[in-house]
Write a protein of this length. Structure first.
Length: 398
């Protein structure tokens, strides 16, 4: 995903961002054990950025792999370019996606939350970057091992594709997602309802014309979902544009079920250039969570950010000055050990949430050109995934 932090990361927003209800008994996780049952169960959902394949509209030529290959160190000791252990794969290949699914399931990841796009203008109107989901995930024979859900990435994709869309466009794309995704037996549910997340709440409200109009649009989506044979939607809001005036009342009016983060840098500034200490950022984020967890009247799923380094997206001809996304400071010393410590903090907080809604989100499964990836690379290989398994365990039955 491309976005801006509230003070530091201002400007560019271009294509790209980005816990399964498991069956059976579980026992308490310890050193890679099985996930617990009942009160102790915490679901792990990782954001999935689907821009690593050949897409015809728009033409992206295997996504951002070239940018990753051509990345260079911007300061001494920066580990760029990062090299994927599995190579520069085409995620739209079901066999490739099956490898990802097995690795995720074997290490305690319950769900992929796909960053999902709808282009409202230009020549490529309609859904965008769906091939990873349609041709990769949904055709993978093992897809039920890791459920999937959608986060509507409704940020500005350029002058022809504003994030704020009118009701008729919302109705058109929700017909698509209900009929083609929510009805899948692999779709992630919480409380039996289809998890659906909105990235920018205020942008959505603006497009609909106000809070009441946004409520009516969401009620229409709920009705469509029930008519398709599902229980309804479990509505999540990413906290990037929160707080807003009267936030608790607005979320109650819209029927929001939970809030979470996409990435720490949405809420916590990177204070030191060119690198900000990972543990310093983690401690600041979890303090923020502690201070604001009751602000919205719904569960606030804690987030763990694996890393942050968007410098592969900075053109080689531009100086590195940290003034504007993607030209920002990076998170430094985000070792697997430190990542595990953040997972432990997140799990502790998730256990305070209502049973059945104990979830953490992770940035991210494959945000390679922003430094947020769980997929193995040549330095640490599977160690980040091993950290998840160590803290959360794996499903006994799926």
């Amino acid at each position: 995903m491309r976005f801006s932090n509230k003070t530091l990361l201002k400007g560019i927003v271009l294509p790209g961002i980005c816990g399964v209800m498991l069956l059976g008994l579980r026992s308490t996780p310890a050193n890679g054990g099985e996930k617990s049952s009942g009160e102790q169960r915490v679901q792990v959902a990782a954001y999935y950025f689907p821009n690593w394949h050949e897409e015809t509209q728009p033409v992206v030529h295997h996504g951002e792999w070239e940018g990753l290959k051509n990345a260079k160190p911007r300061f001494p000791g920066q580990p760029q370019p990062v090299v994927p252990l599995w190579g520069y794969q085409d995620e739209a290949d079901p066999a490739v996606m099956a490898q990802k699914i097995d690795a995720a399931a074997d290490h305690g990841v319950d769900a992929f939350i796909f960053d999902w796009y709808w282009r409202s203008g230009g020549e490529a109107k309609g859904p965008s970057l769906e091939k990873a989901l349609d041709d990769g995930y949904l055709k993978a024979p093992n897809r039920k091992r890791v459920k999937f859900a959608l986060m509507w990435a409704n940020h500005n994709l350029g002058p022809d594709n504003p994030g704020a869309i009118p009701r008729e466009v919302f109705d058109r794309f929700t017909d698509h997602i209900v009929n083609d995704y929510f009805t899948s037996d692999s779709y992630w549910t919480i409380d039996g309802r289809c998890y659906f997340s909105i990235y920018q709440l205020q942008t959505f409200i603006d497009g609909m014309g106000g809070v009441q109009q946004a409520k009516e649009a969401l009620d229409s989506l709920r009705a469509k979902t029930v008519a398709a044979g599902r229980k309804g939607i479990y509505l999540n809001i990413v906290d990037w544009q929160l707080p807003i005036p009267n936030a608790k009342e607005v979320l109650r009016t819209l029927g929001v079920d939970s809030v979470t983060s996409y990435v720490w840098v949405h809420k916590i500034d990177l204070k030191d250039f060119p690198k900000t200490d990972y543990t310093q950022e983690a401690d600041a984020y979890f303090k923020y969570w502690d201070d604001h967890k009751d602000d919205y009247g719904v569960p606030y799923f804690p987030n763990v950010t694996k890393g942050w380094d968007p410098t592969p997206r900075v053109p080689a001809t531009e100086p590195y000055d940290g003034k504007k996304y993607p030209n920002t400071p990076v998170l430094w010393d985000n070792s697997p050990k430190r990542f595990k410590a953040s997972l432990e903090q997140a799990r502790e907080r998730a256990l305070t949430l209502p049973a059945g809604q104990r979830v953490i989100t992770i940035y991210a499964w494959n945000e390679w050109t922003e430094g947020g990836f769980l997929e193995p690379e040549t330095m640490y290989k599977m160690e980040y995934l091993n950290a998840i398994k160590s803290v959360f365990g794996v499903a006994k039955h799926q």
